[in-house]
Ligand binder design. Structure first.
Ligand SMILES: CCCCCCC/C=C/C(=O)SCCNC(=O)CCNC(=O)[C@H](O)C(C)(C)COP(=O)(O)OP(=O)(O)OC[C@H]1O[C@@H](n2cnc3c(N)ncnc32)[C@H](O)[C@@H]1OP(=O)(O)O
Ligand SMILES: NC(=O)C1=CN([C@@H]2O[C@H](COP(=O)(O)OP(=O)(O)OC[C@H]3O[C@@H](n4cnc5c(N)ncnc54)[C@H](OP(=O)(O)O)[C@@H]3O)[C@@H](O)[C@H]2O)C=CC1
Length: 294
């Protein structure tokens, strides 16, 4: 018998897939993966030079990619972007709602504009992209959406604005999966933990300094790679996940299993324990608190 596996090199042949934030990091890597598997990839971001160069890389590898600039926080711009992409390239089969980011800051120092900027980047923008892609295309022929979250379920010092946005996006993922299932549209999310990406490289100061120690607080003892997140996104977009909708897949080396467990881990496995709260939290945000306790 010739077994016909779902996993084939042309998994996405004939599909057009938008990747927001496709000009760098995880978005760039995902765009490469999808194009290598036959998709026509549409890269979206604010900076044309980055998008253009990723599209050229993909073309050099024999893949198909186009790009368009858009600030996903602007409703009119998103509506226009999606209609132009459909006019030029036809129906949209997939959306990777990856664009996002934040600046590390304790809640007490975040002003309203900064909070709203991060909420609009990571929640409002993702909502607008998903709504427009659904209304203008997927409602007519189905499709798959993958939203980008971040593993901040237990609260994440320095990321209060972003954590609030990502939790909102988690809920929106489930509601969209519920409301749009009738049209054959699947909506899922990925929640990466610490990932070595070009985005992480942009962080400065105390936050940057702590990055090399983060692996000690991950049960798998390392931080993740861009391609490990892309692989999960590709799975969720693919026919291999045809009955998966409304799910959030954590890609974090088990880091989200919880700070509460680390003292037990310390007691039972002192070799791999490295002091979660002492090494991470106060160093990053409130060195004075750490000093007081020493
Ligand atoms: C166990 C595992 C846990 C998982 C943890 C997850 C870790 C996540 C990692 C990542 O996400 S990696 C990388 C993602 N990429 C980035 O974060 C990119 C870098 N960040 C940015 O570009 C910005 O932060 C942005 C908000 C995403 C975009 O900013 P934008 O350019 O649109 O806004 P600005 O005009 O610069 O600022 C507007 C407004 O926002 C406030 N603000 C912005 N930056 C800062 C800052 N560094 N410090 C304090 N406040 C800031 C401020 O109010 C700005 O207004 P003005 O002051 O400029 O008037
Ligand atoms: N690296 C990590 O450890 C983790 C990352 N994440 C999330 O994964 C996603 C990708 O991150 P990563 O690749 O690491 O970082 P990058 O900073 O490289 O990627 C973020 C991308 O989002 C785009 N972007 C940001 N704001 C907007 C906007 N308003 N409109 C359109 N595009 C925008 C940027 O493009 P441009 O500058 O052209 O606008 C950029 O290409 C982000 O949402 C990030 O927060 C989540 C958990 C962990």
């Amino acid at each position: 018998m010739a077994y016909d596996s779902i996993f084939r090199a042309d998994l996405f042949a004939g599909q057009t897939i938008i990747v927001t934030g496709g000009g760098s990091g995880i978005g760039r890597c995902t765009a490469h993966e999808l194009a290598a598997l036959g998709a026509h990839v549409l890269l979206v971001g604010r900076k044309a030079d980055k998008l253009k160069s990723v599209a050229a890389e993909i073309a050099e590898d024999g893949g198909k990619a186009d790009w368009a600039t858009c600030d996903i926080r602007e409703e009119e711009a998103v509506t226009h972007l999606v209609s132009e992409l459909i006019r030029k390239h036809g129906p949209i089969h997939g959306l990777v709602n990856n664009a996002g980011g934040q600046y590390p800051s304790p809640l007490s120092s975040i002003n309203q504009k900064g909070f709203e900027t991060v909420m609009r980047t990571n929640l409002v923008g993702g909502f607008l992209m998903a709504r427009e892609v659904f209304n203008q295309s997927m409602s007519k022929h189905g499709g798959a959406i993958v939203n980008m979250l971040a593993d901040m379920w237990g609260g994440m010092p320095g990321m209060g604005h972003s954590g609030a946005a990502r939790s909102g996006m988690d809920n929106l993922t489930k509601t969209a999966a519920f409301e749009w299932g009738y049209a054959g549209v699947r909506v899922n999310a990925v929640a990466p933990g610490w990932i070595a990406s070009s985005g992480m490289d942009t962080y400065e100061g105390a936050f940057k300094a702590v990055i090399p120690t983060l692996r000690e607080h991950v049960p798998l003892k390392r931080i993740g790679t861009e391609s490990e997140v892309s692989a999960a996104i590709v799975f969720l977009l693919s026919p291999a996940a045809a009955f998966v909708s409304g799910s959030t897949l954590r890609i974090d080396g088990a880091a989200s299993l919880g700070g509460r467990a680390w003292p037990i881990h310390k007691a039972t496995n002192s070799v791999s324990y490295n002091g979660f709260h002492r090494a991470y939290l106060p160093d990053v945000l409130r060195p004075e608190v750490l000093k007081d306790k020493e």
